[in-house]
Design a protein around this ligand. Structure first.
Ligand SMILES: [Zn+2]
Length: 382
């Protein structure tokens, strides 16, 4: 029942936060500006652009913008560089179960080729660089922990992103039985993380033992959808590959609002996540998310990422208000709880900060986030 699978696709999540503080600090022009140094980075970037080494050039220009944020010429050079198309290299981490299907390499390549038809209009081309064996211990029903496991197990090396391909069997629900949505997650691509896991399900008939594969159109849609998440796209309810609900037919194209997100984040450095973006880039991203708030959406993912973006920009009150909106919809979002706690701590509101640090601890996962909350709560008390 592929339709059931489609309905169960859960929201990505929210790993983009760890580097936020550092990013704001790096971009604040704290008095001593070094124009010569900024000029050197600009010149280096121009050389790199001539040599078609855009990724490195963008890095140089981001440094230059951070050093001399008032220089229009540098901001303009960065904007122009990030308008260039980008090739994203993929390291595929493939489970033994996925490999057990004879044509697994072709199955992956088919998704990449298909996705490129829908990504190229947005200046993105995927390229399969290499494959490794990956044996996950966890199932997709463990959600984010499954992606965490991939991050722990598979270093990205020279690749831009790592995509885990796994295959699991699920029992077809009997008549009248309500399927457990959490067990049917077909993909997870935490925004800006550069890591995603895709799961092909085999539906097993509990009576006959016969298996049914996911239908190809939905397999392809899932892939395009998760790639969108990697670039910060969020769920919408309209006709878009970023919708999270069901539809009579699959959708493969990005809606105009999410396309604006892709345009703002195409040159994200997945190693540094959203923290790599400079003030003008963050402002473009905030504008894209603000536009998304005006369209019908099934969840508050947009509020969360907009909050992250404002937090990076140092607009803490706006960010806090948006985290509150996200938490109204989902109080168990440990990432939003932690970020909000940090904002209140920074604003000197120890009482509210404590409340939200304690909420993270009560949620209990992911473990590393709980650990951070404990440490920061302790520091607050001290
Ligand atoms: Zn999704």
């Amino acid at each position: 029942m592929p339709t059931t699978l489609r309905l169960t696709r859960l929201l990505l999540a929210l790993l983009c936060l760890v580097l936020l503080g550092a990013s704001v600090a790096a971009q604040t022009p704290a008095g001593a500006v070094a124009p010569d140094e900024a000029e050197q980075h600009l010149q280096a970037a121009r050389d790199l652009l001539r040599a078609e080494r855009t990724r490195e050039a963008v890095g140089e220009l981001r440094t230059a913008v951070s050093l001399a944020p008032e220089r229009e010429e540098i901001a303009q050079a960065l904007l122009e560089a990030t308008r260039r198309p980008r090739t994203i290299t993929i390291l595929a981490a493939v489970s033994p179960e996925f490999r057990a299907q004879g044509n697994w390499e072709e199955a992956i390549q088919r998704r990449v080729t298909f996705a490129n038809d829908h990504l190229r209009p947005h200046g993105i081309t995927l390229e399969l660089q290499d494959t490794v064996v990956w044996q996950p211990a966890l199932e997709m029903s463990d959600g984010l922990s499954c992606v965490d496991e991939l991050m722990d197990d598979v270093p990205r090396g020279q690749a831009d992103v790592v995509i885990g391909f796994v295959r699991q069997e699920i029992r077809r629900p009997r008549a009248g039985e309500t399927p457990d949505r959490r067990q049917h997650m077909v993909g997870l691509g935490p925004s800006f993380s550069g890591y995603a896991v895709i799961c092909d399900y085999l539906l097993v008939d509990p009576t006959s033992g016969a298996t049914t594969r996911m239908r190809e159109p939905f397999v392809l849609e899932t892939f395009v959808h998760e790639i969108g998440h990697l670039f910060g796209c969020v769920h919408v309810t309209g006709n878009s590959c970023m919708r999270s609900g069901g539809g009579a037919a699959p959708a493969y194209d990005y809606d105009p609002e999410n396309a604006a997100v892709l345009d703002a984040t195409r040159w994200v450095d997945f190693r540094r996540q959203i923290g790599c973006l400079t003030v003008p880039e963050l402002e473009r991203l905030a504008a894209a998310y603000e536009a998304l708030r005006a369209v019908p959406r099934p969840d508050r993912g947009c509020e969360f990422y907009l909050a992250c973006t404002y937090q990076c920009l140092g607009e803490l009150e706006r960010a806090a208000a948006l985290y509150e909106v996200a938490l109204d919809a989902n109080p168990a979002d440990a990432f939003a709880q932690l970020n909000l706690a940090r904002i209140y701590a920074e604003q000197g509101d120890a009482e509210r900060a404590t409340e939200h640090f304690e909420a993270v601890i009560a949620i209990g996962q992911p473990e590393y986030l709980v650990q951070q909350a404990r440490e920061e709560l302790q520091a607050l008390g001290g």
